[in-house]
Design a protein around this ligand. Structure first.
Ligand code: GLN
Length: 311
């Protein structure tokens, strides 16, 4: 192993050890099935552009993607409609609000961005059924190609979110009432629940982030999942909006496009360099993994990963 590779492995191991004792926060319980997660599970993984995998901790424990699915479905919508076609229906401005805010842009009725729930429901709605493939199967196929293996759905988490998802349904009705969206957000919200329940591991998420960082080409198998401009567009929106109302502070301190989810998954990408993922279900009040946030922040500082950094 080269010394650079050794430094990455050492850093991941040391940071996991340093932060494994953090007991702040609890797993999400507003989707009851998520509360069953082991609060001590803690995985960290990094995949480089040559497909090398570095990892430590519980990187093979399955959990659901939740909001980490949003950038990848946004990518699929961008492939389908192009940036201008998607931007007619969902903006790309940081909202400064929580992920589940009941809020649309005054005048246009557009959600602020595709990383908050309102915007993600619209991007899911913008993925059409094709003659032989229903919308959800297209989404699952896309997520699987980003990960480099066939993913599946955690049916118990899906059922739990269907049973408790009225706030997201309310958002879908609000979107439908507010504007001329040519597709039905109310029907799409049930698909959105299913995409949130797609099961991954920390290593899968690192591969997905690495594919975005690698211009849309999965570094594990060479699959061209999306074109390079789409990967860049997704990373740009992750940089400005991926951490909701902490996106500005995250970009300031950590300096990487990122996306969190309420199951405790967190991804970050270093364009042309690496994909990173953390998993730890203890959440802060914004719905982000407590240990994931501090571990990726410390890793960025230690390895000099901040994008604005001039080494
Ligand atoms: N499925 C969750 C919800 O819609 C996703 C939220 C999240 O991960 N921030 O409430």
């Amino acid at each position: 192993m080269s010394s650079a590779a050794g430094a990455v492995t050492d850093a991941l191991r040391e940071l996991r050890t340093r932060f494994a004792g953090v007991r702040d926060g609890e797993p999400a319980d507003y989707i009851p099935q998520l509360a069953m997660a082991d609060p001590e599970a803690f995985g960290l993984a990094l995949i480089s552009m040559d497909g090398h995998r570095y990892s430590t901790g519980e990187v093979d424990v399955p959990f659901t993607m939740q909001s980490v699915s949003k950038p990848f479905v946004y990518a699929l919508a961008l492939c389908e409609l192009g940036l201008d076609g998607v931007s007619r229906w969902v903006n790309a401005e940081p909202s400064g609000e929580a992920y589940n805010a009941i809020s649309l842009e005054p005048g246009t009725g557009r959600p602020d961005n595709a990383m908050v729930n309102a915007g993600a429901i619209v991007t899911t709605a913008l993925v059409p059924d094709t003659a032989d493939t229903p919308r959800f199967d297209r989404i699952l196929d896309c997520l699987s190609r980003f990960a480099g293996r066939q993913l599946d759905v955690d049916e118990a988490v899906y059922a739990s979110e269907v049973a408790t998802g009225d706030r997201n349904r309310a958002l879908a009705y609000l979107i439908r009432s507010a504007g001329p969206l040519p597709v039905d957000p109310v029907g799409a919200v049930e698909t959105y629940f299913r995409q949130c329940a797609v099961r991954v591991t920390t290593l899968d998420l690192a591969a997905m982030a690495a594919t975005l960082a690698n211009g849309g080409v999965n570094p594990l198998n060479g699959d061209v999942v999306v074109e390079e401009p789409v990967a860049a567009q997704v990373l740009a929106v992750m940089a400005t909006c991926g951490m909701y109302d902490t996106s500005g502070d995250w970009l300031l301190r950590v300096g990487l496009p990122a996306k969190s989810g309420v199951s405790g998954g967190l991804i970050a990408a270093g364009p042309a360099r690496f994909g990173l993922a953390a998993y730890s279900p203890r959440l802060d009040p914004t719905g982000t993994s407590v240990r994931g946030r501090i571990a990726l922040g410390a890793l960025s500082e230690r390895l000099g990963l901040h994008l604005m950094h001039n080494p």
